[in-house]
Write a protein of this length. Structure first.
Length: 267
């Protein structure tokens, strides 16, 4: 995959990984629709990028908003080649997470991906090309101590990306799934579990203890490199692969180890 000359949509691009991706893509010759729930942050990032970017505000969990993103991209730049389903939220803590917290996490972390693919993939199949990049998390391969909705929905995001690749990979649709651990974004500074400070502190401590906290720019570079090789799993923290192998080789031992890790974190 050569990204130069392509047209992309990046969701959750007002800050963090999404903003870094937008910058990296434009630097690589891509024209980008910068999408974010906050129209002001989207506009700020697009303004930094100049003529090769345009901003759209809206909730990408809403299929009509995704349709608008596609329409804007086509009007301003041409058919969409690359879609980065990057917008994500945390959720509640454990069994006391509310129905609303579960619904919100499912809507943004999973169904937003499904709705975007529903609108884009048929056209990509007709053209014989297209690239869908799902931002999941290492929590989608392992788990997230402290937040059930986040862990479950990120597992689902990985599962949907796998399904897309299996179902459409021989028809020109490329799929990658980004699964980082700690990245210096708002999720890691208090928004993972915004309504429960104790659970949020536990979750953040788990992430920071597990490995290095990377910059969004480092992650964006890794994404573009992985896309060039058309790798499915994008792992900015390479140690996640060994953790995943350990999990698969002895699930009971891995679960016991995670329980010990959780006890240690709680002190």
């Amino acid at each position: 995959m050569e990204i130069a000359g392509k047209v992309a949509i990046v969701t959750g691009a007002g800050a963090g990984i999404g903003a870094a991706l937008a910058h990296r893509l434009v630097a690589g010759g891509v024209r980008v629709v910068v999408a974010d729930l906050d129209p002001d942050t989207a506009a700020k990032v697009a303004g930094e990028l100049g003529a090769n970017a345009v901003a759209v505000g809206g909730d990408v969990g809403d299929e009509q908003v995704v349709a608008e993103l596609i329409a804007v991209a086509e009007r301003e730049f041409g058919p969409v080649d690359l879609y980065f389903a990057n917008a994500g939220i945390g959720g509640g803590p454990g069994l006391d997470s509310t129905e609303e917290q579960w619904a919100a996490a499912l809507n943004v972390n999973v169904m937003a991906h499904v709705r975007a693919a529903r609108l884009l993939v048929p056209g990509w199949v007709e053209r014989g090309s297209g690239y869908f990049v799902s931002t999941a998390s290492a929590a989608g391969l392992l788990t997230q101590i402290g937040s059930a909705p986040y862990s479950v929905t990120k597992h689902a995001a990985v599962g949907f990306a796998e399904w897309l690749s299996v179902t459409y990979g021989d028809q020109g649709v490329r799929v990658s799934c980004l699964c980082p651990m700690g990245v210096d974004t708002r999720l890691l500074t208090g928004e993972l579990i915004p309504d429960d400070p104790d659970a949020a502190a536990l979750a953040i401590k788990a992430v920071k203890t597990a490995g290095a906290v990377l910059s969004p720019e480092d992650v964006a570079d890794t994404v573009v490199e992985a896309m060039a090789a058309e790798h499915f799993l994008i792992l900015p923290h390479p140690e996640v692969l060994q953790m995943y192998r350990n999990k698969g080789s002895d699930y009971d031992r891995w679960l016991a180890g995670m329980r010990r890790f959780q006890t240690m974190l709680r002190g």
